[in-house]
Each structure stands twice: as C-alpha cells, then as structure tokens.
Design a protein around this ligand. Structure first.
Ligand SMILES: O=C(O)CCC(=O)C(=O)O
Ligand SMILES: [Fe+2]
Length: 318
C-alpha cells in the first residue's frame, strides 16, 4: 500500500478496453474455495500447491484400488480444493490405475476414441499415443464430454512416455474465472443455457454412415452456462470452445461474441496451472471445475498417455 492511500500501488496504468477481457490489468485474485469449505489440514499426505487456486502435488500416496476410505475422503477434499492433483513416480500397473479410478464412480467408455485415436483395445482405458504420424490435437481449451447429458466427473491421466521437453498440459480454474468476471457480465450469464455438440469435432473425417448413426445416439445437449458444484456450492463457467455451439435465446452474433469473451477470460494465466510431465506422473482433474489444454509442441517426438475417466452427473445451474 502507498502511504496516504487505501489502494494498491500500480506501475503504468493502461486504460482498460471493456470489450476485451484480456485488455485490463491489475490483481486477479480469486478465492480457492467458497466460504465454509472444510479447511482442516490434510493429515494423510502432503499437499504442495502449484498456484494460489489450482493444481497441487500430492506426496505420500501410492495410487491403487486399495486406498483406505480415509485417504480417499481426503483426496476428494483436495480435488475439490485444488481442481487438479498431481502425483509423481506412480510406477503402477494398468490394473491399479483402473481400480483407483473406479473408486470414484463408473468408468466411462468414450464412444468416439476408437474412431479418433484408433488402436484402442480396452473399453475403459484410452491410450493417447502421439508420434511422427499422429499429432497432438487436444490443444484447445475444453472440459471433456460436455456434448453428453452427463459429462465426465473426472479423469485420471498417466504419462507413459514423454518427450524430453514439451508436451505439457495446462488446466484453468473456471470457478476463479467465474468469480472474477465483471459484475455485469456475471449477472448476464447466470441463468443462460448453452448447446453442446460433438459432431464438428469428432465427426470431421468420419464415415458419413457412421456419423449419422452416432448423431442419432448422441444428439446435441444443453447445459447451464454457469454450473454449480454440488459438494461446495461453487459456481463455475461451463462453456468451452470445442463443444459449446451457442447460447440459447441470443442471436448467432451475440452468442458468438459472448462466448468468445468468456473463452478469452478463462485463458488468463492467473487462472492456470501448467504441468511438466515425467513418465509415471499422474494428473487427476475435476472435469466440472476446470478446463484443460494439451500443448502440442513436440512433434515428431513420441508422447504416450493412458487415460481413464469417470461418468459424471447432470450439470445443474444456480
Ligand atoms: O494429453 C493430455 O495431456 C490431455 C488430453 C486430453 O484432452 C484428455 O485426456 O482429456
Ligand atoms: Fe480432454
């Protein structure tokens, strides 16, 4: 604080351009959790935060299906608090990976991965293998599976092979982003609904007959633009640039402009954490409360990940 004023002191001040959320500066400090969140210290493992609101490394837990109910409950609390948890040196079998994920709910069988990734020989463990022939295309910010009525609750991603440098993954805290929207924008979106679809993403390059069949099985769905996390009451932004097509009740242009504004806001680095992978690093994220982005900067090198996700529930609005 500067003596004689009650405001923080800035250097050069640039007049904000209100039409663009990225054209403003100054502190962007959000609460990590809503008021009333259980903030007792963690007793069963160590938690090392990577940023003030999102991403923490958990030390002292070996992941598997045999974790005690107490450890699982603390991990659940940590996941709600930090949105994405990192675990290093998890030299575990696929069976452990699967049985750990299964402790959180029903394992998801992604209906499109067998077409988009090829070579999948397991229904609920997806292998995302990149090399000189297969490039990384998950470098657009998204929540997973929002084209479904019940988008994934969480995903547990394990690095099998990583390039010496590059291939990081980022996550963005959509609760912090929601809370730090300008007041008028936050009020404007609070009760809006958006349509989500997969067809322009997984459906490109797909055989027409197959696309028509899958279209019938998976029609567009709608979700609230602001989602409430039931366990905490936290409001989060729940639109993403891959799957959200439009906001209902607005003209196409109004909808596009509003969505782009929200997407750009979510991209502020203050909301993000970035993970540098090592073999046997695991990241587990609450897919309701953050978006992610897999940096595609390592071609033609190999990067192999194994991924398991858990079925979520129907998103509810405020
Ligand atoms: O490969 C990654 O880092 C993440 C890819 C992704 O989008 C996902 O696993 O849902
Ligand atoms: Fe994803």
């Amino acid at each position: 604080m500067t003596a004689g004023t009650d405001r923080p002191r800035f250097g050069t001040v640039v007049a904000p351009r209100p039409t663009d959320p990225l054209a403003s500066h100054g502190p962007l400090v959000a609460a990590r959790t809503p008021a009333g969140f259980d903030d007792r210290p963690y007793e069963l493992f160590e938690v090392r935060p990577h940023t003030p609101t999102i991403g923490a490394e958990i030390r002292g837990v070996r992941l598997g299906g045999d974790l005690s109910a107490e450890v699982l409950a603390e991990l659940h609390r940590a996941l709600l608090e930090w949105k994405v948890l990192f675990f290093r040196d998890q030299d575990i079998e696929r069976a452990d990976h699967r049985s750990f994920a299964a402790r959180w709910g029903e394992l998801e069988q992604h209906p499109f991965f067998k077409y988009t990734y090829g070579g999948q020989n397991d229904v609920d463990v997806a292998t995302l293998a990149k090399d000189a022939d297969v490039t990384g295309v998950e470098n657009m910010w998204h929540n997973d599976v929002t084209w479904h009525a019940t988008p994934s609750l969480l995903a547990v991603l394990r690095a099998v092979e990583v390039p010496p440098v590059g291939g990081d993954t980022l996550w963005a805290d959509t609760g912090a982003a929601h809370d730090l929207l300008p007041d008028d924008l936050r009020q404007q979106i609070e009760h809006l609904t958006a349509e989500h679809d997969w067809i322009h993403a997984f459906g490109t390059n797909m055989d027409e007959k197959l696309r028509a069949e899958l279209r019938e099985a998976f029609p567009p769905v709608t979700h609230p633009v602001v989602r409430v996390i039931p366990e905490t009451g936290r409001k989060v932004l729940f639109v993403n640039i891959i799957f959200t097509r439009r906001i209902l009740g607005l003209s196409e242009e109004e909808s596009n402009q509003l969505l782009m504004k929200l997407y750009r806001h979510v991209q502020r680095p203050e909301f993000q954490v970035r993970l540098r992978w090592e073999p046997n690093t695991i990241a587990m994220w609450d897919n309701r409360a953050c978006q992610h982005y897999a940096v595609s900067d390592y071609h033609p090198q190999r990067r192999v990940m194994e991924r398991i996700s858990v079925v979520g529930d129907v998103p509810i609005g405020p």
